[in-house]
Design a binder for this molecule. Structure first.
Ligand code: GUN
Length: 598
């Protein structure tokens, strides 16, 4: 069972529980040769990795008998995933390993995640052949699930063909599994076809349920990790750490460096502490491979830790863009992601905790910026203001300013991303004349600001629902910024200083509920949990029955029962698709306070 703990767009920190063992995703499963585990397994434990992947074909051929436990052989108590021989066939040609035989064998050695014997879509396979093969893969998946009841991984194939990727995902996604490796991408990786890898992943992912665990098969170079996780991959496996080591190649998070090219210090690594480059070069081949391999694994694991941190900080776009600039083909891959706007946008929040750092023209193609631009529409010309927030640096409340996102209303000057972004040539200044906001024309400006932001955020003008003359604002003494909005003396909204968007109060929730038709801004819950929701408890995805398709992560929503009776209000973590499809984890953070409805 899989749940989302934190998210940043499509990127997500998840918790995967299999047979009472839990791992936090994104996670790297190092590829282990089942009979050559030394020294890797002790390093894997030292690095506190929760899972590994090994190969059942090699195990079976090597005489490891059903009935024995793979965890004992590896001396590893975490999650052990097994592959089926498909990759060996890709490498060495046809082999004798039938699907059910391999699946039952994996079950027989107590594998935690069992992979079917899928047919690998090679780059030179004809479209006709791949079409047949993905149907056959589907049949193999179906029989594996029917025969074993185990936790089965269903690889998505389809080669270079977008439509076949999609078809393969639809077929596999119709089966009762939650684990979907993206297969056949190793040849792309070897050719630096990162764009094709991401296209294959996105075409698969958008045809799978959002609660599916996405595993990128063999995508092992850390320079590619940020982009992989940006598009919502959850698991990767890698043998790169050892393969590269065999050739004397040292992994870094931005590329690969040959040992022989180091003339000074080796990169910082606990595994290189004892050696200069010269000393490492003079070691025997096996020992050298071991030292470099351990370092390579360490770099990969550290990069993964870093990525989890980037997701928690909601900084993945900044980070992935910055890292994509280390290789032209990574940049090409980043551009490919933007071709999937219709899909990626649904997972994009209106704002993030971190500001947008401009790193090049690709920045303006981010889905939440593109959506921002489409929501604000075409505007006439605006004046140029060289500091932010703009309203502090103009003498009179002008209508429009020329921002980096195009011409925007001055009324949006504090709202994400207008204020929360940094472009070359922009500076922030601590001087702010807040006294001017007491003047009548600026008072009017602030009242209009509330209306405008509300419309931008919820899609309807506030003053079409409540009388503007009854609105009062509470402002910060230091900054002059709007904090709380009252209508007829009752607090309805709070303006968040962090992103210039509103949080609902109880009366605001009542207002939304009575002025927007079902299903707008609503999450409908199972009657079983009505009382819990009224007590202010969070809404679990399992109990969501319906929701507004327009809801985006971190949106403000109202929580209703089947009869559209208002129960509470809160902030969502998931979009509609995720709320419906996930069976575990929090969907809405409830914000009802004990004195709210009294
Ligand atoms: N390892 C790397 N790629 C693949 C693939 O496409 N299928 C399987 N089963 N294993 C792989």
């Amino acid at each position: 069972m899989f749940q989302i703990l934190h998210r940043d767009g499509l990127s997500r920190i998840g918790e995967l529980e299999i047979k009472n063992k839990k791992i936090v995703t994104p996670v790297l499963l190092p590829v282990l040769h089942p009979f050559k585990t030394d020294p890797w397994i002790s390093a894997i434990k030292q690095m506190k990795l929760g899972g590994v992947i090994t190969n059942s074909y090699i195990l079976k051929k090597g005489g490891f008998q059903k009935g024995k436990d793979i965890h004992d052989l590896l001396d590893f108590g975490g999650i052990v995933m097994t592959d089926s021989g498909t990759f060996q066939e890709h490498m060495y040609g046809e082999l004798n390993a039938a699907n059910l035989e391999m699946v039952k064998y994996q079950a027989g050695i107590n594998s935690d995640i069992i992979t079917i014997r899928d047919i690998f879509s090679e780059m030179d396979h004809s479209k006709g052949k791949i079409e047949e093969d993905i149907k056959e893969n589907y049949n193999r998946g179906r029989e594996a699930i029917a025969e074993t009841g185990e936790y089965i991984a269903l690889p998505i194939q389809g080669g270079i063909y977008p439509d076949l990727r999609q078809e393969s995902a639809r077929l596999m996604g119709s089966l009762d599994s939650e684990y979907f490796p993206i297969g056949g991408i190793v040849p792309f990786m070897e050719r630096y076809m990162y764009s094709m890898v991401l296209e294959s992943i996105l075409n698969s992912k958008r045809n799978l349920r959002s609660s599916g665990v996405i595993h990128a098969f063999g995508a092992g170079h850390p320079m590619f990790f940020p982009l992989l996780f940006l598009v919502g991959v959850d698991v990767i496996d890698s043998s790169a750490y050892i393969k590269y080591a065999r050739d004397g190649r040292i992994l870094t998070e931005t590329g690969t460096v040959e040992l022989k090219s180091y003339t000074e210090e080796l990169p910082p690594s606990p595994y290189f502490d004892k050696y200069t480059a010269k000393e490492l070069s003079s070691l025997g081949k096996d020992e050298q491979t071991e030292v470099i391999g351990l370092h390579n694994l360490y770099v990969s694991v550290k990069e993964l830790e870093n990525i989890r941190q980037q997701i928690r900080s909601e900084n993945m776009w900044n980070y992935a863009e910055y890292r994509a600039h280390s290789h032209p083909l990574l940049l090409e891959a980043l551009r490919k992601v933007h071709e999937f706007y219709d899909y990626t946008e649904k997972f994009e929040p209106l704002s993030r905790r971190t500001p947008i750092f401009y790193s090049g023209e690709e920045t303006l193609d981010r889905p939440n910026i593109k959506r921002f631009i489409s929501r604000i529409g075409e505007n006439p010309t605006g004046i140029k203001v060289d500091k932010k927030p703009y309203s502090y640096y103009v003498d009179t409340p002008v209508d429009y300013v020329q921002s980096q996102f195009g011409v925007v209303s001055l009324l949006l000057d504090e709202t994400y991303p207008v204020a929360q972004s940094l472009f070359p040539g922009e500076y922030y200044d601590s001087y702010k004349d807040v006294s001017k906001f007491d003047k009548p024309e600026w008072q009017e400006f602030l009242l209009n600001k509330v209306d405008y932001i509300f419309n931008y955020q919820f899609g309807k003008k506030l003053y079409s629902m409540v009388d503007k003359r009854g609105i009062t604002l509470q402002r910060s003494k230091n900054t002059g910024k709007i904090r709380n909005v009252y209508s007829g003396g009752k607090q309805i909204l709070s303006l968040r200083a962090s992103d210039g968007l509103f949080s609902l109060n109880y009366e605001g929730a009542v207002l939304i509920h009575s002025n927007f038709e079902y299903p707008a801004h609503r999450v409908v819950i199972d009657p079983e949990v009505t009382e819990f929701i009224r007590e202010g408890r969070n809404v679990f995805a399992k109990f969501v029955e319906e929701a507004d398709p327009g809801i985006r992560p971190h949106d403000e929503v109202v929580i209703v029962d089947r009869d559209d009776k208002l129960l509470s209000y809160g902030r969502v973590i998931l979009n509609r698709q995720e709320m419906i499809e996930f069976r575990k984890g929090i969907a809405v953070k409830n914000r009802l306070k004990s004195d709210d409805s009294s």
